[in-house]
Design a binder for this molecule. Structure first.
Ligand SMILES: C[S@@+](CC[C@H](N)C(=O)[O-])C[C@H]1O[C@@H](n2cnc3c(N)ncnc32)[C@H](O)[C@@H]1O
Length: 208
């Protein structure tokens, strides 16, 4: 696709996978953004991009979008993924992007790996996973698409399961057979011997 066509909907800096949507109230045109049509995987809170980079190299036939709110981390992710054609990055609140920017049925897989657990009770309202968030993610998932979640925090894990069980269209399963590259935080927890809890939420109803 000619560069000017990409420029017309998204300002993408030369040699950088970081995109800046022209509008914050219109859904992204993913085909234009990636210059091709392919199943989309989205890493929510992608941190420094190590996981995203490894996964995108493992599956060159899929498109990958990493979303991260911290500038330093999105810049690290951009450096790691600069040479990969199938990766784009968005510096933004994940929940905003899920609610307002991603089209219905667009994602084959979401990864939410080690979301900030906000362990103090008075901070729980800052946690990203709520019923509203799960309903928004479910709208964006394709039929049979999955939201894969990992956390080291047992209380958060239980709360996520509770919220998921009351979300129509999502089937919950706890997974132990996880074949994914290690994330930065997973490496850290592994080295400390901290148990990791995995959950897979599968979208079961047809896309509306
Ligand atoms: C604990 S780190 C995990 C990073 C990475 N997923 C990993 O496993 O190595 C959580 C990351 O999510 C980002 N983050 C937290 N809340 C976010 C939000 N609402 N939107 C976008 N990024 C968020 C943080 O800045 C941080 O980089």
């Amino acid at each position: 696709m000619p560069a000017e066509e990409i420029e017309s909907t998204h300002r993408r800096h030369v040699c950088s996978p970081i995109i800046e949507p022209r509008s914050l109230v219109e859904r992204l045109d993913l085909e234009k953004l990636f210059a091709r049509n392919a199943p989309l995987h989205v890493d929510l809170g992608c941190g420094d991009g190590s996981f995203l980079c490894a996964l995108a190299q493992r599956m060159p036939e899929k498109n990958f979008l990493g979303i991260e709110r911290l500038l330093g981390r999105i810049r690290s992710a951009a450096r790691k993924t600069a040479k990969l054609d199938n990766v784009r990055l968005l510096r933004m609140e994940s929940s905003y992007a899920v609610r307002y920017l991603l089209p219905a049925g667009a994602a084959e897989t979401f990864y939410l790996l080690f979301p900030d657990p906000w362990p103090k009770r008075r901070h729980w309202r800052r946690r990203i996973v709520t019923g509203d968030f799960l309903r928004a993610a479910s709208r964006v998932l394709a039929e049979n698409g999955t939201l894969r979640i990992a956390t080291d925090h047992l209380d958060y894990f239980e709360k996520i399961k509770e919220a998921a069980r009351t979300t129509r269209d999502l089937i919950v399963s706890e997974r132990t057979d996880v074949d994914l590259p290690l994330t930065k935080f997973q490496e850290k927890f592994r080295a400390q011997g901290v148990p990791i809890h995995w959950l897979e939420l599968r979208k079961v109803s047809p896309v509306r």
